[in-house]
Design a binder for this molecule. Structure first.
Ligand code: PMP
Length: 426
């Protein structure tokens, strides 16, 4: 049971331990509730309280649009974990990394002038569906969704040399949890490292791509706080300076010189951070200050416990590797479904070879008659996310392994029944 928690779709009662009969096991969403027990253990240390008069202003007391202390703690965390180089670059905060997907597409696109063709936004199958849905929804003159990398990598002759590619790379990938690198030579890559933390993958080396995307959703499990950030190349120094002297200015005054500076900036990399910031200013002014305060507290707890007996990554890794091991043991008896193959790998954070601990199982239906794998699992009482959303086709479907223990146990129970029924089923 989970006393005091919101119940999931298949459970009810005061501590969510009563099963709702005939409910499909929920393997669909990406809610990272596997970390809830960790935060229950650190309930007091991770709590934040603030009074009604606190943080009314758009800006912090020292004149910034984002918390300098949070910026510092994020860098400390990456340094301690060894999963990304962040020291030399600017961090742009967003309302979840979802908010930054289009901010970065916008930032990497040619500035609106009729002479340059729109950037082609692409991703490799199977890809996270939102890259396409946002690009298509916010369809601008500067960029357009242009399909998958396979079409462009294999077809150089039709590749327009003046067209710039913006390539989404997800590493580890959602849905199949493997590490990826950009495929198109010369593309501007947005490397989404939502899952690049030691509880969800091995860490071979610190990531150091020009534009990287991170989120607390999968790091600490605080998906509801809506906090993501991107490391982009240095923001012009004059804008920092200016941001410190804004107390009495109007909002328009405050931003104008930086806007002008952005127009002058000739180095393409510099534009990325400043254009991403423009996007954030235009869409939300800045990330919620309550959220920043909460995330700051959460990161401090994480940092204080690294490599100790309450290390969040050790906790998360134990949960996730055990789920993967149990699921594999069942599915390895099946000829009807299979999972992605994941070998043990050396992890620099744990300093040893680790069994896999992926966030998602990428299920393939092997029998000819099961040509819609999502439907096949649904008929067995298992809800999943069809591979058609990743352009991978109906043979594939994704199961989330990062939900609550109850969700996982129920999922495993249904998969076990499904596999056990095989010998009678065909
Ligand atoms: N990128 C990837 C690869 C994801 O899987 C997700 C969420 N499932 C996101 C970005 C968005 O996450 P959030 O907005 O919560 O940071």
């Amino acid at each position: 049971g989970r006393p005091g928690c919101e119940c999931n779709s298949c459970f009810s009662g005061p501590d969510c331990s009563v099963r709702i009969p005939n409910c499909a096991a929920d393997g669909q969403g990406g809610d990272p509730l596997f970390l809830e027990p960790y935060w229950k253990r650190h309930a007091a240390a991770s709590a934040v309280v603030f009074s009604g008069w606190h943080r009314l202003s758009y800006i912090t007391t020292d004149g910034h649009l984002k918390s300098v202390e949070l910026d510092r703690q994020i860098r400390r965390l990456h340094r301690a974990v060894g999963n990304a180089v962040v020291d030399d670059k600017y961090l742009v905060f967003g309302t979840g990394s979802t908010h930054l997907i289009n901010a970065l597409v916008y930032a990497l696109s040619p500035e609106g002038n009729a002479a340059s063709p729109p950037a082609s936004v692409v991703a490799t199958v199977p890809y996270f569906a939102m890259y396409k849905s946002q690009t298509v929804m916010f369809d601008g003159r500067e960029y357009r969704w242009d399909g998958t990398t396979a079409a462009w990598a294999n077809n150089n002759s039709s590749r327009n040399p003046t067209r710039g590619f913006i390539e989404f790379v997800t590493s580890p990938n959602n849905p199949d949890s493997t590490l990826h690198e950009p495929i198109l030579a010369g593309s501007s890559a947005i490397v989404d490292h939502a899952y690049y933390w030691p509880h969800l993958t091995h860490i071979p080396a610190p990531a150091d791509e020009d534009v990287m995307l991170f989120t607390t959703s999968k790091l600490s499990g605080h998906a509801g706080s809506r906090f993501g950030y991107t490391r982009a190349t240095e923001f012009p120094a004059a804008c920092h300076l200016q941001a410190r002297h804004v107390h009495n200015d109007t909002k328009a005054d405050r931003y104008t010189p930086c806007r002008a500076l952005r127009r002058w900036a000739l180095v393409r990399d510099e534009k990325v951070a400043s254009r991403a910031i423009s996007y954030i200013e235009e869409s939300t002014v800045g990330t919620s200050r309550e959220t920043q305060l909460r995330v700051l507290k959460i990161l401090k707890v994480i940092l204080a416990n690294l490599h100790g007996k309450e290390d969040i990554f050790a906790f998360g890794y134990d949960v996730m590797s055990s789920r993967w091991r149990r699921l594999n043991a069942v599915v390895s008896r099946s000829t009807r479904i299979s999972l992605q193959k994941m070998p043990p790998q050396y992890c620099t954070y744990f300093n040893r070879i680790k069994e896999p601990s992926p966030a998602y199982a990428w299920v393939k239906c092997e029998w000819v008659e099961d040509d819609d794998c999502y439907e096949t699992l649904l008929a067995a009482g298992i809800n999943s996310l069809t591979g058609t959303v990743n352009e991978a086709g109906t043979r594939y479907t994704r199961l989330s392994l990062i939900k609550t223990q109850d969700d996982f146990d129920m999922l495993l129970e249904r998969i076990t029944e499904f596999v056990d029924a095989e010998k009678h089923g065909r």
